[in-house]
Design a protein around this ligand. Structure first.
Ligand SMILES: *[C@@H]1O[C@H](CO)[C@@H](O)[C@H](O)[C@H]1NC(C)=O
Ligand SMILES: *[C@@H]1O[C@H](CO)[C@@H](O)[C@H](O)[C@H]1NC(C)=O
Ligand SMILES: *[C@@H]1O[C@H](CO)[C@@H](O)[C@H](O)[C@H]1NC(C)=O
Ligand SMILES: *[C@@H]1O[C@H](CO)[C@@H](O)[C@H](O)[C@H]1NC(C)=O
Ligand SMILES: *[C@@H]1O[C@H](CO)[C@@H](O)[C@H](O)[C@H]1NC(C)=O
Length: 833
């Protein structure tokens, strides 16, 4: 060993020497020198192969290293602290910034560079100081004949028998003794047989590897969850695992490069991360108690933050006390859950929330009911009970029977939910998310039945029956009216255009790796939002071009169909008011790569009280015109002739000059030149924008797009959503309201107050009038897009609109008001015909 190491050191010395020699000395000498260098080089190559393993007769001295076979990790001595002390550790070899992932002698540093490291004949690892006394010792496992120590390419330092490399037979491994860093493949959690617990402990400071105050570990009480603790105080709780991620880390979404796994069986419970082999990423518990995941980006030669928690005030453990719920976007952040009141209202009012809330009405065991609360981080599960095979109904029954059972929920949210989780104590540490949260059913007094949403109540109240009859009647009436509208309806077989057209796509294919690097491995920082069929990321290609990447979510049931659809259609469309597709990726992950449209979608301006100001009248009129031109192109001028089927504010993107671009062609259908109308059994679209004949009967045509356009025009003019619109005087939605004002000659009152000053009255009146013409109930009454474009651009007299379709649709389709917040998820209705 000593010989090899001497050669190695010589090589290190000779690298600059080689270059110097080659440059400066005359030719014959240079030849000799270079040959020497080459000899040394081959030596080194041999050595670095050999140097991932040492046997009992060898040791690693300060200054020498073990290098894993693929060259990913290196083990050796490093300095930290002031005055500097020496530690034995493992770091990334290929990364320029020295990043330590594991330290052996955290509590017993070496004072000088006299340390040495070796494996004893019993299979223990020892670190010796200059005097030969061991200052660090790995626990002695069962003895083997011929132990060796090896640094694996995963970063795991293992002791094994020289003959066997089966991971199950490792005598000792550093992965079992994590310090502050979790790298891919490490288990964080328990061996339930032996009670052995692998957890993270922070460094004392950035420069001091000795154990700090923070730990991150799997809590085995109740249903397991990870707890971040300072000493014995809980600082942050990940919440229980829901099959996809921790309930309290909504950003932890799997993607092709990161997969997360939680294993719970008889023998073990642990969490681990599995990465694609060429991604370099680590999770670290920082000395300040922040848990952060970094990814190495070659392009910038730096670590990028991928996920960080706790992220906000609401992540602080139990910040709102028992039965309090935390929302970052409200002020104050804490409020009591519905049906609860502050325990001490004076305290609560001065923002001391620690004592939480109590029930407004006391429980009465047998008579109690369960009320559903949505979009939550599930409460602390330390005193919970679970069963993986029970369903939600069985779960409710079990919870109902035991009076100390306070709440229940599904254990796993995948595939519509499964498993049962029950809580047997006060519910603490609840927060509400704007999306991604989970449903929780809380035990409440029977007198709180007003909190039940209508569909939960129905079977309990006779009145519910009457209401249902009302709905049926309304649907019948509307269907009949629609049928009356249809004078000559053409029945077309529904063909799957996408699959039938086997034309070649002249669309560039992108490598998954190119897109991954462009989007920092689909990091949550790069996420722009969630579209109908999956997340959308922003990215920068190597050349500097900014792109938007739409990823087909694996959980989306209709996704693949729509993906193909979109590739097929959008690749052939070119218009300044349509978003441009640059390419796609059809490897293990299905991606669409678009030009990046800087200003996000129209709804993020139009329905946001502060952003809305940015849209003055001329911008709005420009948008109304642009969308009309884009739709005209789709309906008439493009080669394909396309019905978009999902025109809505969130599918209109705005570029930096606020020009609209229609996006999301996932639901689009092409139609042949002479067809104008078709039928489908699968009605897809968005409530509030769907025309009556389409929503109720599955008939779609260019005129259903015209209807949606009309809704959009009225929304742009008024700055209000059609869906969720409320007016104190009547029960109509936005269409009904606009119609009412129009018939009373008060159309200008529909106009958004914010544009009243910048507005041209004639343009505004014309827009409202055209909007109302587009949303007429009978499709034959609605103008075509070419007429709309013409009407917008000239002063010709407009016909009088008839009554709009669905003007009080709210009563019909919004069964469950608590759930129908303005989230514009595309809905699919299946019609039994
Ligand atoms: C070695 O032992 C001597 C005498 O006990 C002590 O002074 C010295 O600090 C020790 N050196 C190391 C590196 O521990
Ligand atoms: C858990 O520990 C027991 C006892 O030490 C051991 O036999 C078993 O192999 C361990 N289980 C796993 C999965 O490592
Ligand atoms: C760790 O805890 C101790 C005692 O509670 C405290 O004095 C010290 O400042 C803490 N250190 C850090 C880094 O928070
Ligand atoms: C879980 O529920 C199933 C079905 O109800 C039952 O057969 C099983 O015994 C339960 N498991 C436990 C641990 O209670
Ligand atoms: C209710 O559940 C708790 C916790 O599992 C248990 O200790 C208690 O015995 C149960 N009570 C009844 C009446 O089953």
């Amino acid at each position: 060993m000593t010989l090899k190491c001497t050669i190695l050191k010589l090589w290190h010395l000779s690298v600059p020497a080689c270059q110097v020699l080659a440059l400066q000395v005359s030719r014959p000498q240079a030849f000799v020198a270079l040959s020497m260098c080459l000899v040394l080089f081959s030596c080194n190559a041999l050595l670095s192969n050999a140097l991932d393993t040492i046997a009992t007769d060898q040791s690693i001295r300060d200054g020498e290293n073990l290098l894993s076979a693929g060259g990913t990790f290196e083990l050796g001595f490093f300095s930290a602290g002031n005055p500097p002390k020496r530690y034995l550790g493992i770091w990334y070899k290929k990364i320029t910034t020295r990043t330590i992932v594991w330290v052996a002698n955290r509590v017993a540093p070496l004072a000088d560079a006299s340390g040495a490291f070796r494996v004893t004949t019993h299979g223990s690892l020892v670190l010796l100081d200059g005097n030969g006394s061991d200052i660090w010792l790995s626990n002695a496992p069962i003895p083997v004949r011929n132990p060796v120590v090896q640094l694996l390419d995963s970063g795991n330092l293992v002791v094994r028998d020289a003959e066997g490399s089966d991971p199950n037979n490792f005598l000792w491994q550093s992965f079992d003794y994590p310090t502050d860093t979790l790298v891919a493949g490490m288990k964080l959690g328990w061996n339930r047989t032996s009670g052995f617990n692998r957890h993270l402990t922070s460094w004392k400071s950035i420069d001091d590897p000795s154990p700090g105050n923070f730990t991150f570990q799997l809590d085995p009480n109740g249903y397991p969850q990870e707890l971040l603790k300072q000493g014995s105080d809980i600082k942050f709780r990940t919440g229980p695992w829901n099959g996809l991620r921790w309930s309290g880390i909504p950003n932890l979404n799997p993607n092709p490069y990161y997969r997360y796994e939680f294993v719970l069986n008889e023998g073990e419970m642990y969490y681990r991360e599995l990465l694609n082999s060429w991604v370099i990423s680590r999770m670290i518990l920082m000395p300040n108690g922040m848990l952060q995941r970094f990814t190495w980006i070659d392009r910038t030669q730096g670590w990028t933050l991928y996920i960080s928690c706790p992220i906000d005030q609401c992540d602080n453990y139990a910040s709102c006390g028992a039965y309090g719920s935390c929302r970052v976007d409200t002020s104050p952040v804490c409020r009591c859950l519905k049906g609860f009141v502050p325990r001490f209202s004076q305290e609560w009012d001065i923002l001391d929330w620690s004592n939480g809330c109590v029930r407004r009405n006391a429980l009465d065991c047998e008579k109690d009911i369960f009320v559903k609360y949505s979009r939550l981080k599930l409460p602390d599960t330390q005193s919970s009970w679970f069963n993986e095979s029970m369903n939600l109904q069985e779960c409710e029954v079990v919870c109902m029977k035991n009076c100390s059972c306070m709440a229940y929920s599904n254990l796993d949210i995948r595939d519509g939910g499964s498993g049962c989780l029950l809580w047997f104590d006060k519910l603490i540490d609840i927060r509400e998310y704007s999306d991604y949260g989970q449903d929780l059913y809380i035990r409440m007094a029977a007198s709180e039945s007003a909190l039940l949403p209508s569909h939960q109540k129905k079977h309990k109240l006779v009145m519910g029956l009457a209401v249902s009859f009302g709905y049926v009647f309304l649907i019948l009436v509307l269907t009949i009216r629609v049928l009356q509208c249809k004078k000559k309806k053409m029945k077309l077989p529904e063909g799957d255009n996408c699959e039938n057209q086997k034309e070649d796509l002249d669309l560039p294919l992108f490598d998954l790796s190119t897109v991954a690097i462009a989007t920092n491995y689909f990091s949550s920082d790069n996420k722009l939002g969630e579209g109908g069929f999956g997340p959308v990321y922003k990215g920068v290609l190597r050349g500097g071009q900014i792109i938007a990447v739409k990823m087909l979510s694996k959980n989306s049931r209709q996704g693949l169909h729509e993906f193909k659809n979109e590739v097929l259609y959008v690749s052939k469309l070119q218009h300044r008011n349509l978003v441009k597709l640059l390419g796609c990726c059809i490897e293990e992950e299905k991606l669409l790569i678009y030009e990046f449209v800087p200003n996000r979608s129209l709804d993020s301006f139009l329905f946001d009280p502060t952003q809305r100001e940015q849209l003055d009248w001329s911008a709005r009129f420009n948008i109304i015109n642009g969308i009309a031109r884009g739709l005209l192109y789709l309906h008439q001028d493009s080669r394909l002739r396309i019905i978009h089927r999902d025109i809505k504010a969130s599918n209109v993107l705005l570029d930096c000059e606020m020009n609209p671009k229609i996006s999301d062609f996932g639901l689009a259908k092409s139609f042949a030149g002479n067809e104008t109308q078709a039928n489908t059994n699968r009605v897809v679209g968005t409530y509030g924008y769907m025309s009556p004949e389409y929503a109720l009967d599955g008939v779609f045509s260019t005129k259903s797009d015209v209807f949606s356009y009309g809704v959009l025009v009225l929304e742009i003019v008024s700055g209000k959503r059609n869906r969720g619109f409320h007016h104190p005087d009547h029960d109509h939605n936005l269409l009904g309201h606009a119609w009412r004002l129009f018939t009373e000659g008060r159309s200008m009152q529909l106009l958004d107050k914010l544009v009243q000053n910048s507005c041209s009255t004639s343009e505004a009146l014309r827009s409202i009038h055209i909007g109302l013409l587009c949303v007429q109930r009978c499709l034959n009454d609605r103008p075509s897009m070419s007429t709309v474009v013409m009407m917008l651009g000239s002063d010709i007299e407009l016909p009088l609109p008839k009554e709009p379709g669905f003007f009080n649709e709210r009563n019909l389709l919004q069964e469950n008001p608590s759930q129908s917040q303005p989230n514009e998820i595309t809905m699919t209705l299946l019609f039994a015909r």
